[in-house]
Design a protein around this ligand. Structure first.
Ligand code: LLP
Length: 421
């Protein structure tokens, strides 16, 4: 459920009419709903109720300071994967003891930054990383809490580019090598083993892979305890999928996911951490764009809009489907027609949808991409020298620009002509 609905024929974000935002900030733009973000966070809290747990929002999904503040105010921790994300989380007021540091290639500089500022734990992904972390922590006179991310060799049944739990993926330490790696971790100064981490992929629409992975983690917990390790935390990653195609998909609910967690690892007495990103932010955001031209090609009709692949890369990168709806509700009884929805960028890959059934639209009409709150703005670029599009946050009947659109001058001033020119 979200808070983007038609009211008297006009699409609203909570109580604000989308055309009102468009008039104020121009098109295209992203808009996020505070109430939806809060609701999605709460759904995970409810799913894990009664278990000792921490929800670490995977801020890679949407790391705008305003979004992070909403999460922090709800009590969320953060899952960060870079020094930049760590800095953003701290800037948003997240307590360092609620920040977990994930990622397959943490640098010594990033480790130092997190150890200096404070960190709940590092989710370590390899033996070489373990050695570097041990050395950095020892040099700083600190003790780094760690989990090792294990690779359970489970097929998450999602898009190949976002599956992470198979043995041929770059992520984690193979299950068969886990006990050896834990023994090594325990022998290092500067390192304190606290738990196990697993994350098998993103946009999972089936709970079975979770069940398989968490069962393996439970077995490993018993083995590691038998080996003398003090396993008190299980970080189960993120990845729960969302319905991108409103009328046609029903991924499992967080409450059912919570049941799988309870069933597989609930008996171990561990503190449970999860790292949801997409489910919190995805359906809490729209990308709004306006029609530039309707063009009749030799075989197909094209809706050329002012947003492009640089603003929302998911369709080009993952063949992702996003619902695209008109901002003015079409009159009943109008037969939708197939049309290709494309952006202005000079690549055929700049296609958002092919032969999508849409009501008739004309220049300047607004359309909204649903499910654009996660992996939208954060993955945007200025390709074709198109300025990053603004982000707007709505709360009730108020809205505010939470990241403005850079001017052309802003964009150009980031480049420096060398002195010899
Ligand atoms: N934890 C770790 C270690 C991760 O790598 C990820 C996502 C998450 C948590 C959060 O997963 P989520 O709950 O959001 O599914 N750009 C892609 C998605 C990449 C996901 C990368 N890792 C997309 O647009 O579909």
């Amino acid at each position: 459920m979200d808070h983007f609905i038609y009211k008297t024929g006009v699409l609203h974000a909570e109580d604000v009419a989308i055309p009102e935002i468009a008039a104020a900030v121009g098109s295209p733009f992203y808009v996020y709903s505070t109430a939806t973000l809060q609701r999605h966070y709460q759904v995970f809290e409810d799913a894990l109720k009664g278990m000792d747990h921490l929800i670490c929002y995977a801020m890679k999904a949407n790391s705008n300071q305003a979004v992070l503040k909403i999460m922090a105010d709800m009590g969320a921790g953060m899952d960060v994967v870079s020094g930049g994300e760590y800095a953003r989380a701290i800037a948003a007021g997240v307590s360092p003891d609620k920040i977990v540091f994930s990622g397959v290639g943490k640098t010594a500089g990033e480790m130092e930054m997190a150890l200096q500022g404070g960190i709940r734990q590092f989710n370590v992904e390899s033996e070489p990383e373990l050695l570097v972390l041990g050395a950095v922590a020892t040099r700083m006179g600190k003790l780094a809490n760690i989990t090792l991310r294990v690779n359970p060799d489970v097929d998450a049944k999602t898009h190949a580019k976002i599956a992470t739990g198979k043995s041929d993926n770059k992520f984690g330490i193979p299950m068969v090598k886990a006990r050896e790696a834990y023994a090594q971790a325990a022998s290092l100064s500067g390192i304190k083993v606290v738990g196990i981490d697993v994350h098998i992929g993103s946009q999972l629409t089936d709970l079975a892979p979770y069940e398989a992975a968490f069962t393996k983690v439970a077995e490993l917990t018993e083995q590691l305890r038998g080996d003398g390790h003090n396993i008190t935390r299980l970080d189960l990653g993120g990845g729960l999928g969302i319905p991108y195609q409103r009328d046609n998909s029903a991924p499992p609910l967080p409450i059912e996911y919570g049941e799988v967690i309870r069933r597989t690892v609930g008996h171990l007495g561990c503190e449970i951490e999860i790292e949801p990103g997409r489910l919190i932010a995805g359906n809490a955001g729209l990308m709004v764009s306006s029609v530039i031209y309707v063009k009749q090609g030799a075989e197909r009709k094209f809706l050329i809009i002012d947003a492009a692949m640089n603003d929302l890369i998911r369709p080009a990168m993952y063949e992702a489907y996003h619902d695209i709806i008109p901002v003015i509700e079409p009159a009943a009884g109008i037969e939708p027609q197939p049309i290709d929805i494309v952006g202005p960028v000079c690549e055929s890959g700049d296609t958002f949808a092919t032969q999508r059934l849409m009501p008739e639209l004309k220049s300047d009409d607004l359309v909204a991409f649903r499910s654009a709150g996660a992996y939208g703005a954060v993955m945007a670029s200025e390709y074709n020298s198109r300025p990053l599009i603004p982000e707007v946050l709505v709360s009730g009947d108020q809205f505010a620009v939470v990241r403005p659109r850079p001017t052309y001058a802003d964009m150009i001033s980031r480049d420096i002509t060398p002195p010899w020119m």
